[in-house]
Design a protein around this ligand. Structure first.
Ligand SMILES: Nc1ncnc2c1ncn2[C@@H]1O[C@H](COP(=O)(O)OP(=O)(O)OP(=O)(O)O)[C@@H](O)[C@H]1O
Ligand SMILES: [Mg+2]
Length: 330
């Protein structure tokens, strides 16, 4: 696997504040890498350093194996789509897409060909002559993508490109970006704070917190083995408890059983049902219990077995196979 870009000990300070704290990160060629994390964790700052709009306070940015830390943005060969993708209102869709090529002095016929190619890729060939304001939000987003792709970037950087779209379009565009990435083999770095988006779209996901990388890996790796409580909570885990050996663990609701058959070495706790939420295919049963450290904990079990008749107030046993417990570092 080759590396398209690399952060080597990169720090960004704004006055006393450290926005990005000595990160080391490789961006694999031809893959889609997402930077994921809560607001303010340093995602945009990292992307801007990669693009060359900001200089790191210390550390190096490598692109295609060479030190690009001091290379100006226009010489890095990158395409970028920002959250607020500004299209030029007085230009047609085709002119918008061709804009970067014109700046790069790509000759007329070649430009026309590449614009048509980029518009085809995003499925907007038929709207080449339209003005942006006549397009829907999703179509405008595609134009912004086509504009970034037309220059044939070595790296495509996308900063929350879907956040202006409604929920349905956002889901469509996720698949669309995946398809374009697969068809072109482009290396893509996508910033998002939406864990579903990251899980669905990434080849690799990088979870950040307060300027540091908490965990990176393929979505299945990160989701099935979150490294710590922050990562687990960010990915939606809600059941946390301390085990008899003092380790903190989390467990998915679908792996907890109510009045199930406890096996040796398994987790078994007595508790009281406080809520049952019927959800069609399953019921989410909330149980108040006490963990091995004597701490009160609230656990949620996703129950599919119709034979289980849990009602609020019932005393129940909550159990899980030992293999289902995910042990967390602090
Ligand atoms: N030019 C700047 N001057 C001072 N502080 C800045 C500057 N740019 C960013 N910051 C701070 O650095 C931190 C990281 O900002 P950044 O924009 O990278 O966050 P983010 O992860 O992209 O967040 P969001 O999800 O809200 O876009 C924030 O606390 C922000 O306030
Ligand atoms: Mg941001």
């Amino acid at each position: 696997m080759t590396t398209a870009a690399e952060f080597v000990g990169v720090t960004q300070r704004f006055g006393d504040f450290t926005a990005v704290d000595a990160i080391d990160l490789s961006i694999p060629t031809g893959q889609l890498t997402t930077l994921l994390g809560p607001s303010g964790c340093g995602k945009t700052t990292s992307l801007r350093m990669l693009a060359g709009y900001t200089q790191p306070t210390s550390g190096r940015i490598m692109i295609a194996g060479t030190d690009a830390t001091r290379t100006p943005p226009e010489r890095r060969g990158l395409g970028m789509v920002f959250q607020s993708y500004a299209l030029f209102p007085h230009m047609s869709v085709a002119e918008n897409v061709g804009y970067g090529l014109k700046l790069r002095k790509v000759a007329g016929p070649e430009r026309t060909r590449r614009v048509a190619e980029a518009l085809d890729l995003v499925g907007l060939g038929h709207l080449a002559a339209s003005r942006p304001k006549k397009l829907s939000g999703g179509q405008q987003q595609r134009v912004a993508l086509a504009r970034a792709i037309a220059i044939r970037p070595t790296l495509l950087l996308l900063d929350e490109p879907l956040s202006n779209l409604d929920a349905r379009l956002r889901v469509q565009m996720r698949a669309e970006i995946r398809r374009i990435q697969a068809e072109t083999g482009l290396t893509v770095v996508l910033v998002t704070h939406d864990q579903d988006e990251a899980l669905e779209m990434s080849d690799r996901m990088v979870l950040m917190r307060e300027g540091r990388i908490m965990q990176e890996g393929a979505p299945t790796e990160v989701f099935t083995a979150p490294a710590n409580r922050f990562v687990a909570e960010f990915l939606g885990y809600e059941n946390f408890l301390v085990l008899s050996d003092g380790a903190t663990a989390t467990i998915r609701p679908e792996h907890l059983e109510i009045d199930g058959l406890a096996t040796a070495g398994a987790l078994t706790l007595d508790g009281t049902v406080v809520d049952v939420a019927y959800r069609g295919v399953d019921r989410l049963v909330t149980v108040d219990t006490v963990d091995a450290q004597g701490e009160a904990v609230r656990l949620m079990a996703d129950v599919r077995d119709e034979a289980v008749t849990a009602r609020p107030g019932d005393r129940v046993t909550v159990s899980a196979a030992a293999s289902r417990l995910i042990r967390l570092a602090a």
